[in-house]
Write a protein that binds this ligand. Structure first.
Ligand SMILES: [Zn+2]
Length: 299
C-alpha cells in the first residue's frame, strides 16, 4: 500500500482560493483499513485544503468504537449504525448494543446521526427481509433518540421512502444518491439532503449530472465516500484491473476537485457552493450546528 501522495487535480487558479473556504466531507470512512498507514496525514492534507469537518459513519458493531475515537481525535463527527451490506454478518443483539451505545453517547455532540443504514437492492446475495428488519429497527432508534439518519441508497429509494413514512425521523442525508428527481423530491420533503461525490465526475454520468443540475442548491451536500467511489481522474479502468492493477483509493482531499465539477454543473461559484453545502450539512445534521453555539465536551 502506498503512502499518501497528493493527487494532481484541476482547480481554478483564479481568486478566491477554494482552500480558504470551509468545506465538509459529509461521508468518509476514515476508519477503513485502507487508511491504516497514513490516516492522520490524509486528514491533515484535507484540512489544509479547507475540509474543516468530516462525518465518519459506522458500518457494523465492530467499528463503533473506532469511528467515535477517530472523530474525537480528529475533531470530526461520527454516526453509529449497521450498514445494509453488513446485515448478513450482524446479530439481532447488535441492534440492542447499538441502542445502548447511542444511549451512552447521546451527550457527545460529535455523534450526529444514526448511520450508515439503509437498503441495498443491487447486491443479490443479501437477504432483503433481513435488510428491511435492520433498517426499520434503526429508524425506530433514530426516532426514539431524535437523531437524523445517514442512508445508503442503491436501487432501493422507494422502499427506503416507504419505511421513512411509517417511522418519522429528523431527516438526514441520502448519501451517494442516484435515484430519480421524483424520488429526490420525496426525500427533500422528508427533511433530507442528497449526497453527491466522485460519481458526478464521469462524463458518461448524464442522468446523475442532470439530476444534480435540476436540484436546488439547498438540497445538496458534498461527500467523497472515501476510500470508495474514486472520481474519474483516479479511477482505474476494468481493463487495467484485469491486468492486476487495483482500484484507486479515494480520500477527503478529493472533495475540492469534486466540488469544482459540481460547481460547474450547477453554474455556481466555489465560495457559494462551499457556503451553502456546509450550511446544508449543519442543517440536516443539527448537532454539528450546536458546536457553533458552545464548546463541545472536552476530548
Ligand atoms: Zn458509506
Amino acid at each position: 500500500m502506498a503512502f499518501y501522495q497528493p493527487q494532481p487535480w484541476r482547480v481554478d487558479q483564479t481568486v478566491p482560493n477554494p482552500s480558504a473556504m470551509n468545506w465538509i466531507d459529509s461521508h468518509c470512512h476514515l476508519d477503513a483499513l485502507e487508511f491504516d498507514l497514513d490516516r492522520l496525514e490524509i486528514r491533515q492534507a484535507a484540512r489544509q485544503l479547507g475540509v474543516v469537518s468530516c462525518v465518519i459513519p459506522a458500518v457494523e458493531r465492530a467499528n463503533f468504537k473506532a469511528v467515535r475515537d477517530l472523530a474525537h481525535q480528529l475533531q470530526d463527527f461520527y454516526a453509529l449504525g449497521i450498514h445494509p451490506l453488513y446485515t448478513g454478518k450482524s446479530q439481532d443483539g447488535d441492534l440492542v448494543f447499538l441502542r445502548e451505545e447511542i444511549d451512552r453517547s447521546i451527550d457527545d455532540l460529535r455523534l450526529v446521526a444514526v448511520g450508515e443504514i439503509g437498503l441495498d437492492g443491487w447486491v443479490q446475495s443479501l437477504d432483503w427481509a433481513r435488510q428491511v428488519h435492520f433498517y426499520k429497527e434503526q429508524l425506530k432508534l433514530a426516532h426514539d433518540f431524535q437523531l437524523p439518519v445517514i442512508l445508503h441508497v442503491r436501487k432501493s429509494a422507494d422502499a427506503l421512502l416507504k419505511c421513512l413514512r411509517a417511522t418519522k425521523v429528523r431527516g438526514g442525508i441520502a448519501h451517494a444518491f442516484t435515484g430519480s428527481l421524483q424520488q429526490a423530491e420525496q426525500f427533500i420533503e422528508l427533511g433530507f439532503c442528497l449526497g453527491f461525490g466522485g460519481a458526478v465526475s464521469f462524463d458518461r454520468a448524464h442522468r446523475l449530472r442532470g439530476l444534480l443540475k435540476a436540484l436546488p442548491l439547498s438540497a445538496i451536500v458534498l461527500e467523497t465516500d472515501a476510500p470508495d467511489i474514486p472520481p474519474k481522474w483516479l479511477y482505474v479502468q476494468a481493463q487495467a484491473r484485469s491486468q492486476g492493477q487495483s482500484q484507486a483509493r479515494n480520500d477527503s482531499t478529493q472533495l475540492l476537485p469534486i466540488a469544482q465539477v459540481v460547481a460547474e454543473i450547477k453554474g455556481v461559484a466555489m465560495d457559494e457552493l462551499a457556503r451553502v453545502t456546509s450550511l446544508n450539512v449543519r442543517r440536516v445534521l443539527a448537532r454539528m450546528h450546536a458546536q457553533e453555539n458552545g464548546p463541545l465536551t472536552p476530548d
